[in-house]
Design a protein around this ligand. Structure first.
Ligand SMILES: [Zn+2]
Length: 354
């Protein structure tokens, strides 16, 4: 290994080069994907966010430029497709607008008229429509079924499909919590109340601990719990903007560290990308054995087309999301100090972090 380490990233110069090349190939994959009309129509808002965050948080200036150029290009396409938020917008379209607005703000563009329209539309929906539960009244529930294979969405509490009678798979409470954390956070950062305040979702942290291990729970629940914890990190650090002290997230830090090795042995680049990204936010450097182990794994497992994950996967959003998280696991962020995304959360989080 070369002895010349690049200042604070802690990567040897050659490793850094290999890593940056892998990241660019990954971003090219996501970009090619966005060119397909159907993909952009379905996932445009999510792809805009991917490039906007690369632009806003990367330490490498070349990646910042690349992210910015592509995010702006996709934003132009988005605004041609969606001029205004219709008054009768569905909750999905509403959230697309929120994501796009968040991405714009990360690029430094502000659109007060757009936010007012989003705020008005969001106001029409109760928490139970946007988040599937009301965090002001109850913790994340365990009785929310996934969409049935027959594509019928069953109401809360059903165990068998109303339409085809098949047994339903349930979303774990960690998955429900993770989605609510991310959605209320991105909305609130954009000045929109999305069914509930972010703090009302976050406050359930003590109730969700101890986080489950593979010895106690099935694999899917553990995976959802890890994602919930990475989303505590992302929402507390404004998606790659601030460093967090591991002392502030004692339980979460230990849980994330404990799951790196199994993400490698289970060949799960999506989970691993989020784990590395979060652990770096919590202060682990490139020289830490877990970051080295995970980085090596991601570099070795990149597909020929620049993506990560199963190339046979039919869900295109998953294909893209896996690649996005692997990119973020490899990327070095330009931290803007150590603090929480919402300064006024400090005293509450101290209580919930215990
Ligand atoms: Zn069904």
């Amino acid at each position: 290994m070369s002895s010349s380490f690049s200042s604070d990233s802690g990567y040897a110069a050659d490793d850094l080069k290999a890593r940056d090349a892998a990241i660019e190939r990954g971003l090219d994959f996501v970009y090619r994907f966005s060119k397909k009309r159907e993909c952009f129509a379905n996932y445009g808002s999510f792809l805009i966010c991917c490039f906007a965050l690369v632009a806003a948080t990367s330490r490498n200036p070349r990646l910042r430029r690349l992210g910015r150029d592509r995010a702006r290009q996709l934003l132009r396409r988005w605004s041609r497709l969606h001029r205004l938020l219709p008054a009768d917008a569905s909750s999905d379209l509403l959230f697309d607008f929120i994501l796009v607005h968040y991405a714009q703000s990360r690029l430094g563009f502000h659109d007060p008229a757009g936010v007012s329209a989003i705020r008005l539309a969001a106001h029409k929906f109760p928490a139970s429509d946007l988040l599937d539960f009301d965090p002001g009244k109850e913790p994340p529930p365990e009785d929310l079924p996934y969409l049935c294979d027959c594509s019928f969405q069953n109401p809360r509490g059903r165990k068998a499909c109303k339409q085809c009678k098949r047994r339903l798979r349930m979303r774990s409470r960690y998955r429900v919590w993770m989605e609510a954390l991310a959605n209320t956070y991105v909305a609130e950062k954009s000045g929109v109340l999305f069914g509930s305040r972010y703090a009302d979702v976050l406050k359930w942290a003590p109730f969700m601990r101890p986080y489950p291990t593979a010895a106690e729970e099935d694999e899917e629940v553990v995976r959802d719990a890890i994602y919930a914890v990475t989303h505590i990190v992302y929402t507390l650090n404004n998606y790659g903007t601030y460093k967090l002290s591991p002392r502030w997230l004692r339980h979460e830090f230990a849980y994330l560290k404990a799951n790196v090795e199994s993400a490698c042995t289970q060949r799960d680049p999506e989970l691993l990308g989020e784990l590395l990204d979060s652990l770096k936010a919590l202060g682990l450097t490139a020289r830490h054995p877990l970051i080295q182990r995970g980085t090596r794994y991601l570099l070795d497992e990149q597909n020929g087309d620049g993506s990560w994950g199963d190339i046979e996967e039919e869900n295109l959003r998953t294909r893209c999301h896996t690649t996005w998280t692997a990119i973020d696991g490899l990327r070095t962020c330009a931290w803007r100090g150590q603090r929480l995304s919402f300064a006024d959360l400090k005293s509450s989080w101290k209580k919930w972090a215990r």
